[in-house]
Ligand binder design. Structure first.
Ligand code: SAM
Length: 279
């Protein structure tokens, strides 16, 4: 008898798991407290302006989508985890931004070919597990001549190293799932976009995180707010000794990146890619 694998079913289960993970804790607080400047950096790099039709993929609570909308662009914020939209809508209302919120898997976008002038993603699309599928979708929905902008954590930078540190404590990823920080590798992104784009640019930069008094304070904040970290600790609920070792490893990670004097100051590295869809 030949065993068959229900790939669609497996993918559905995986995406449901990812959605539940990102809804844990308080991701909108992480975005607002620590990396708000990345959204505006990406929007500026893409030269988004009034009248542009813009798609933010894996938009979360609108870190990039809201500043894009504030330029006068017509913006769709899409994400796998609609639980994050409530905070996004509240923030948009406070800031006077008008935009649309749509639940969507980056690997199967519910939009037409060439529908958007700009397609961007801020530390977002990198978390969809099948990189080729999500790259194909982002290129498909961008119009010929339109702009693509991607901001991703690098494998060597702080968040890339956070995932490397947590990996031994987490269940193995399902077959075919690729590590998120690969999107922070220029060659990987060049290969994914291929000759479907022109004017490819890539630069590394950092965002400074300086709101924690000590490495342990950063770790405890992430244990309470950041879904992927919360999920790893939940998996260790029956093994407090191992959880204590992860506590140590995460504090040491932050210590290695801390260049502050009185308080903890870290520079988190990302890769910013822009490209134009070939006409
Ligand atoms: C680190 S957050 C980034 C959110 C936002 N772009 C920002 O800058 O704050 C990662 C986001 O990816 C989303 N995500 C994960 N897998 C996804 C998928 N397959 N399709 C769409 N979004 C996904 C999560 O729901 C989460 O909102």
């Amino acid at each position: 008898m030949t065993a068959t694998i229900d790939l669609a079913g497996a993918d559905h289960a995986l995406k449901a798991k990812h959605r539940a993970m990102w809804a844990l804790g308080d991701y909108p607080a992480v975005a607002a407290d620590l990396i708000a400047e990345l959204g505006t950096t990406l929007v500026a790099a893409c030269d988004v302006g009034s009248g542009d039709r813009v798609l933010d993929i894996a938009a979360g609570s609108g870190n990039a989508a809201i500043p894009a909308a504030l330029t006068g662009a017509s913006v769709v914020a899409s994400d796998l985890t609609p639980e994050l939209f409530e905070a996004g809508r509240a923030e948009a209302a406070v800031r006077g931004a008008d935009l649309e919120w749509v639940q969507a898997d980056a690997e199967a976008l519910p939009f037409a070919d060439g529908e958007f002038d700009t397609v961007l993603s801020c530390v977002g699309i990198m978390f969809a597990p099948h990189h080729r599928a999500s790259a194909d979708e982002l290129v498909r929905v961008c119009r010929p001549g339109g702009t693509i902008g991607l901001l991703s954590w690098t494998p060597e930078g702080f968040i890339g190293q956070l995932f490397a540190t947590m990996r031994p404590y987490a269940p193995p990823p399902p077959p075919g799932a690729q590590p998120p920080p690969l999107w922070g590798n220029e060659q990987h992104v060049r290969a994914l976009l291929g000759n479907r784009v022109t004017d490819f640019t890539a630069r590394r930069a950092t965002v400074t995180v300086d709101r924690f008094r000590a490495p342990q304070e950063w770790r405890d904040y992430f244990k309470a707010t950041y879904g992927p970290t919360i999920a790893v600790y939940r998996g260790l609920a029956e093994d407090p000794a191992r959880a204590a070792i992860l506590d140590r490893d995460l504090a040491q990670l932050a210590e290695r990146h801390d260049h502050g004097a009185a308080t903890t100051v870290m520079d988190w590295e990302y890769l910013l890619v822009t490209a134009r869809k070939r006409t």
